[in-house]
Ligand binder design. Sequence first.
Ligand SMILES: Cc1cc2nc3c(=O)[nH]c(=O)nc-3n(C[C@H](O)[C@H](O)[C@H](O)COP(=O)(O)OP(=O)(O)OC[C@H]3O[C@@H](n4cnc5c(N)ncnc54)[C@H](O)[C@@H]3O)c2cc1C
Ligand code: SF4
Ligand code: SF4
Ligand code: SF4
Length: 393
Amino acid sequence: MDEKKKFEDLDCDVLDVGLCTSCGTCAGICPIDIIRMNYELDEPEPELIGECNACGLCYEICPGRDVPLRDLDRMIFERDRDVDREPLGIYKRSLRGYASRRDIRESSSSGGVVSALLNCALEEKIIDGALIAGWDEERPWRCKPMIASSPSEVAKPVRTAMVVVPINALLREVYKRNFEKIGVVGCPCHIHALRKMQMYNKPKKLVDSITFMIGLFCAANYYFKGTEHMIKELGKVDSVDEVICMDYRGGKWPGSLCVTTKDGETRYVASKHDYTWHFLGASSYKRDRCLMCVDWSAESADISAGDILTSIPEDNPRWTATLIRTEKGEELIETAINKGYVVAKDFDATVLTSSGLGWEAKKHANMYRLIQRKKYNWPTPSYQYTPRLVPKP
Ligand SMILES: Cc1cc2nc3c(=O)[nH]c(=O)nc-3n(C[C@H](O)[C@H](O)[C@H](O)COP(=O)(O)OP(=O)(O)OC[C@H]3O[C@@H](n4cnc5c(N)ncnc54)[C@H](O)[C@@H]3O)c2cc1C
Ligand code: SF4
Ligand code: SF4
Ligand code: SF4
């Protein structure tokens, strides 16, 4: 980048034109600590709280308008992907797995592989902290990023919260508290920012501390207003202030949005034990930036994890689809399997392109939306790959 940008440019080119993913990275890496994520708004947003010295870092790393997926492929995998034949990006191995600890598997979103990997990494001292999503104790209906430094903190994970969590904002704490080896779990946009940090090798100390990245498949995130509306309209709760506990995937897998209120009552929003709220209710509240995002399977992560929505001939439906993309990812999963944290079997991941709505939404609908937006000259992120509306392989 020739000319150094400042926060004002980020404001103008990303925030004000709806391209911010709320990943939190700018707040996590600003060298003079003058960006805060404002959590008081409906959606977490970066705001400037001091005088910018125009170092350009936040603008350079931000994944809001620029996601150089091809450059990232070359950096991570040392080759370009075959867009038509590698619909899930580049990976070495695909598995389906679950956490061997029953309590983790049963309290997880899918099969608990993500939490089991973190558990393993913390216990085996592969990392000294993990950046993950946690519940906000002061507002128990909202999520916040957290750093887990003990296995007990990851053993009961936030199950797939369909709201954006600015995980990368806590990179600042990683730096301040001198964590040396961290694992990060995030959506593809969190991973894009971390990979851009690696690509530009800055901030160096943080880049050196990132030991692995686990990416979650992500069809979209929803505006919190969607959750609030569903809680009030379908859950018949007067105000979110009544909520003392939330679970986006409560009950029988794959689960449903469920809230416990101050009167001690637990109620399911939409029909109990079903997934309809995701598709019927909240999906109408998809974040606008997510409608322009084309990475579903966290294509730049070391390991990517998602649901398996096709039927599996096993008694327990809780499995995690697990794509092992890099050597680091391979080392981690092998350690976790060999040491008994994870049980896994080989799995043909190509079924994932048709087993849910995520891949279709990202690779066809959103790709087409990018073409439309460009036609109207509307603000549009760049993913480097030219949209190709190829049918499913
Ligand atoms: C917003 C979102 C959309 C998703 N969309 C799809 C999809 O379309 N198709 C699909 O197959 N899978 C999707 N997933 C992934 C899936 O729901 C599971 O997270 C994944 O299968 C891992 O399951 P697990 O049981 O191994 O993870 P667990 O062991 O349950 O661990 C879950 C991890 O997810 C983290 N987490 C929860 N909510 C968030 C959040 N909002 N932002 C960042 N981190 C979070 C927690 O911190 C925890 O570390 C989505 C996940 C999220 C967060
Ligand atoms: S770095 Fe992330 S939070 Fe900051 S402006 Fe860019 S997309 Fe938004
Ligand atoms: S000092 Fe640098 S990182 Fe911080 S706001 Fe200004 S340009 Fe962004
Ligand atoms: S859809 Fe894309 S931009 Fe939205 S949360 Fe998921 S990865 Fe981030």
